[in-house]
Design a protein around this ligand. Structure first.
Ligand code: ZN
Length: 440
């Protein structure tokens, strides 16, 4: 046969070849040529090709090509409904379609249903910005690869990307306020083809702010034990946000942490609150502030605004690059003379401290040697044996050990340079500054 079949490399030639091998609906045929032409659906591509093939075969028949007639009669069910008129004219018989080998002719329906159910699911979770993900089951991907290879379709796309795009488009048009957003989606709608199962992967909500810990014996993270939490925690103080956002879990990402028995005063500590799997996303900021400050007497929170996952990473990496200000109540075994106080203040100006991991945290932290700087220490005597010191130091320095020396694991220390045993009995953090804020 001459004509379309011989022009195997032409688009109609390839389409005819595909249909001789496999029954394909308009969409699944058109998808083999998805990257040719612009602004059309694959259904339009498939329909155009099938009409063209009918016309081409009809032309050959009129020119007396018997093979063209055989091919047409054989392919007519696969060219349905565009072949119907000519088929009935030639044979006097009625024609029915042959089901598509990939989708059984149900892809349009599938896309419509997935979009309807998907839009409902997104709305139920208060989502407005989303992306669609598609997963194939039942060997569809192998079948698709086989057909693509047999037809040598170089300009096709996968059924995955067609479903992803078409469902996304349809949801945008039926679900008001729903937008596909690749940069900052609030959720991923996962669709399985052909089962039609849907899942929603909801992204966390993040709030940026600061906290002040006004009481002692409060841990940062929730610390469960078989008999209840070990301490009251900052996270627990924020639990009002869980019900506000109907979220499953709350995680606090803070820039460092103070000891359980230290307060966090002054500037407060920068933090990001993460709410996992929220069902309510949009909440007035006043309600957020109120929910975060339910136990203001112990934990006070300031909310600066929303944050991104990327900022969480920056916070965590930035822990060591902070300057912290502490207020320490220190008890000395020998009387605190003016000269001892002056010696402490002079010696610890811009002083580098070598510090091994303190004995008290060795059970949960690796034993490493760190170098941290003390910038200034200012002391005020309270009694003969006690003083209050304001210490400004690089983030990551353990202050209690800077005072005691931790049996030589921290050097130099206040005990070491005064020759009098000293101990920090109360510690508060009164300032946390990021390097960026300091240099700015
Ligand atoms: Zn199909």
């Amino acid at each position: 046969m001459t004509g379309v079949a011989n022009e195997a490399e032409s688009i109609t030639g390839k389409a005819l070849n595909a249909l001789r091998k496999y029954p394909l609906c308009d969409r699944c045929l058109g998808r083999l040529f998805a990257r040719l032409g612009y602004g059309w659906s694959n259904r339009e591509r498939g329909e155009a090709l099938k009409r063209l093939i009918v016309m081409e075969l009809h032309r050959r028949m009129l020119e007396g090509d018997d093979t063209a007639r055989t091919v047409f009669l054989e392919l007519a069910p696969r060219l349905y409904p565009y072949s119907q008129g000519l088929y009935e004219k030639l044979t006097g018989k009625e024609l029915g379609p042959e089901a598509c080998i990939i989708c059984g002719g149900t892809l349009d329906d599938f896309i419509r249903k997935a979009a309807e159910n998907g839009a409902a699911l997104l709305k139920a979770h208060d989502i407005s910005r989303f992306v669609v993900g598609v997963r194939l089951s039942g060997g569809i991907d192998r079948l698709e690869d086989e057909i693509k290879a047999a037809v040598r379709a170089e300009h096709g796309e996968s059924i995955k990307s067609e479903i992803r795009r078409e469902v996304g488009k349809l949801i945008q048009s039926i679900g008001t306020g729903l937008t596909v957003d690749f940069d900052d989606p609030e959720a991923t709608l996962l669709i399985e083809y052909p089962t039609g199962m849907l899942w929603l992967q909801v992204n966390s909500i993040f709030y940026k702010g600061r906290y002040w810990k006004k009481g002692r014996l409060i841990s940062q993270a929730y610390w469960p034990t078989p008999t209840g939490p070990k301490y009251y925690s900052i996270e627990e103080a924020l639990w009002g946000l869980l019900s506000l956002h109907k979220a499953e879990r709350l995680v606090l990402h803070a820039s460092g942490r103070e000891d359980v028995d230290a307060r966090m005063l002054g500037t407060g500590r920068p933090m990001i609150i993460e709410l996992k799997s929220p069902r309510v996303r949009r909440v007035p900021v006043e309600a957020v502030v109120r929910a975060a400050n339910k136990n203001k007497a112990l934990v006070e929170v300031e909310i600066e605004g929303s944050a991104s996952r990327r900022e969480v990473r920056l916070y965590k990496e930035g822990v060591a690059r902070t300057t912290k200000t502490y207020k320490a109540l220190i008890v000395s075994r020998s009387p605190l003379s003016d000269s001892i106080i002056r010696r402490i203040e002079d010696f610890f100006s811009e002083r580098t401290i070598m510090q091994r991991t303190p004995k008290r945290v060795l059970h949960r932290r690796p034993d490493i040697l760190r170098r941290r700087k003390v910038y200034t220490i200012k002391c005020k005597r309270i009694s003969n044996y006690t003083m209050e010191c304001v210490i400004v130091a690089e983030g990551g320095l353990y202050i209690k050990e800077l005072v005691s020396g931790d049996e030589g694991r921290t050097t130099p220390s206040m005990s070491e340079i005064t020759g009098s045993r000293m101990e920090c009995v109360e510690l508060d953090v009164i300032g946390v500054k990021h390097e960026a804020e300091i240099t700015a």
